[in-house]
Structures are given as C-alpha cells and as structure tokens.
Design a protein around this ligand. Structure first.
Ligand SMILES: [Mn+2]
Length: 365
C-alpha cells in the first residue's frame, strides 16, 4: 500500500486543495494522535466510518489513531460486526486525552446530545449526515452533508479521493455500514452512496456480511417483540408501541422498523423503558416527514432527540421508574406526539385486540 504524506497530497494540482479529504488531512498532519468519537450505542455506520477515517489517517499521514465506543453495543448484529471484524474499540470513559491529539466526531454533531464526549480536548472535525444540526461554530473542519445516506459513504469517498487501498476487513465494515443505513424504503441514498457501494462491493467479504446480518438472537429479543406487539396502539395515522422493560435500548429501533410496514399507519413510535430512561424511536412512511425535527420538538426539555427525515431517536430521563411515574411520562409523550402530528386526542385501538390475545392463550375473553 502506498504511503503518502499530507504534503504529497497537498502539493498536487491547485484543484486538489479544494477536495474535502485534503482539507481534512491537512489539519491533522501535526497531531500526535487522532481519536475518533461517535454517538451512543454506535451503529454500523459510525463504526465503519471511524474505521475508514482512521485507516486514512494512518495510511496517508502515518499518525496513530484510536476509535472509541460510547455506551454499549447491544444490538446482536452490531455486536457480531465488532466480533467478526475484530474491531478494537476503547470505551470513551477510559480514554486519557492528551494535549496535541486531535479528535474527530463522526455520524453525530456536538451538543445534539447523543454522545458523551464532553470536549476534554477541542474537537478538530465533524463528519456527519444527520439533519439535526449541532454546535459547529468552533470546529475547524466540518463536513456535514444531509443529502448523503451514510457517513460511511463520506469516509469511502475520502479514501477514494486519496487513492488509499481498502483492505477486505475495512471494505466489509464500510459496505455493511452503508447498507444498514439505506435499508429503509425509500433508500434515502445519493449517487455518492451508490458510488461507494459499487466501489466497495468487490472488495468486501460478503460471507462475513451475511454472518453479521443473521446474528443469533437471545430469548429476550422474542419476548420483547411479543410484548411490543401486545402493547401497540393505533391513533389514526400513528402507531405507538409501549415497552415497559427493554432488554437493550436498540430494540426500540428494531420494533419501529417492523411496525412502520403496517399498511394502515404513516408513523411508528416505540417508547421503551431502559434503566432510568424512556428510549424513543420514530419512523415515518411519508415524504418530508422531518421526523428528527418533530421528535426534537416533542421531547423538548424532557430529554434529547434528533435524526433524519424519516428516522429519529431520542431519550427522556425518567425521574422515577415507579409504574405511576412511567405511565405519567408515557401520557405526556402520547399527548405531545398527537399534537405534533395534528391527530385529535382519541382512545388508542389495539393492534391486536385484547380478546384475541386472551383467546390465543386459551383464556376466557
Ligand atoms: Mn449514520
């Protein structure tokens, strides 16, 4: 693999100075180390883009890098990705920040709340594709492109621009990162995403991707899914699933990915209790839904939220996990959601009628 220096990258044609990857790398050439951070419960897009950019920095600048894990990785597929691809992640709370190192945030933006990086050292760069904009004022390098489907596509384009060879393991991570971000309908992809997919496909290990995608699931997954279906209520074009005990926070997203396919509604929300938080995930089937902005307004000062046009996530901190306190918060969230979506207050219709639930169990209805 060719080792090129930043100088070599910059001393090319005048045209090359305008390339994002050149600007990104030029600010890192003096760094003692480059550390990558992302959002909580890092998903394949954040893992892949951290890996891609770390490889870029190591190859072009010969600088050491490290990639971090903020919070837990609990979704079975994501755990499998880390295991199968042997991704070396440092828990963010164990990072000792050094003067002279530079920090790059991917797939997230400062102060949008979905990360615990608190700026022990200043942030050098932000590379992201989310609609919810963060506090970018003092960040020297910013590349935020909402029109791009995945941060992994941006990382891939940097590697392509710098003509850095992509090893199989990295290509696999990047390809999986893009695919998972674009799995909804419509794909919300740009030509950049398709270009990256086309480039990565021959380089990636498709068997490993299949292994990751079909990761084995614990019993709690099926139990939670059943609970979610039993507690799903329809309010006009909205379906809300209440889960009182999420075995892991990322399950809320899996439940809405499933529920949004229900042909009679346009919006799916799952709100589940995980530890002392109400974890909320939202999907929309309508165009220009601005789901991220909608959820941010709904959650307001109660917590943090953000996302994309049709996908959003957030958390509300619960003051108490007593059933009455949870119920109260659920009521407040339901009212806010109905208001935001201009749906009249109404009694929710069960997705599966109670009578049928009881009959299925052989109990008198
Ligand atoms: Mn992403």
């Amino acid at each position: 693999m060719s080792r090129r220096t930043a100088e070599a990258g910059l001393s090319g044609t005048k045209l090359s100075i305008a390339r994002r990857s050149d600007r990104f790398l030029s600010g890192l050439s003096e760094a003692t180390r480059v550390t990558f951070v992302s959002h909580v419960q890092p998903d394949p897009d954040s893992l892949g883009s951290m890996m891609g950019l770390a490889h870029l920095v190591e190859t072009v600048l010969d600088r050491p890098t490290r990639i971090t894990r903020d919070g837990l990785i609990s979704r079975a597929e994501n755990q499998a990705m880390v295991e199968v691809l042997e991704i070396d992640l440092i828990p963010i709370e164990e990072v000792d920040w050094h003067k002279g190192e530079k920090v790059v945030m991917v797939d997230s933006q400062p102060n949008t709340g979905r990360h615990t990086f608190n700026g022990g050292v200043p942030l050098y760069g932000v590379i992201d594709h989310h609609e919810t904009s963060g506090d970018l004022e003092h960040v020297p390098f910013v590349d935020v492109r909402q029109g791009i489907g995945a941060t992994c596509s941006m990382a891939t384009s940097y590697l392509m621009e710098q003509e850095v060879a992509i090893p199989k393991r990295l290509a696999t991570a990047l390809l999986y990162g893009i695919e998972t971000e674009l799995s909804g309908y419509p794909r919300e992809a740009s030509s950049r995403d398709d270009g990256a997919l086309l480039y990565l496909y021959p380089l990636a290990d498709k068997d490993l991707i299949a292994q990751i995608r079909n990761a084995r699931l614990p019993q709690s997954y099926f139990e939670c899914l059943l609970h979610a279906m039993q507690n799903s209520f329809i309010y006009d074009r909205l379906i809300i699933s209440w889960v009182n005990d999420l075995p892991q926070p990322e399950l809320a997203a899996e439940i809405v990915d499933f529920l949004i396919r229900f042909e009679e509604t346009d919006w799916a929300v799952c709100a589940g209790v995980y530890e002392d938080q109400l974890v909320i995930s939202v999907r929309s089937a309508v165009e220009h839904a601005r789901a991220g902005e909608m959820l941010r307004q709904v959650v307001g000062k109660l917590g943090k939220a953000g996302g994309h046009d049709r996908r959003a996530g957030g958390v509300i901190q619960l003051e108490s996990t007593a059933p009455s306190a949870i119920e109260q918060m659920q009521g407040a969230l339901r009212r806010r959601l109905l208001k935001a979506l201009h749906i009249d207050e109404c009694r929710g219709q069960r997705l599966v009628p109670k009578k049928e639930l009881l009959q299925n169990l052989g109990m008198p209805a």
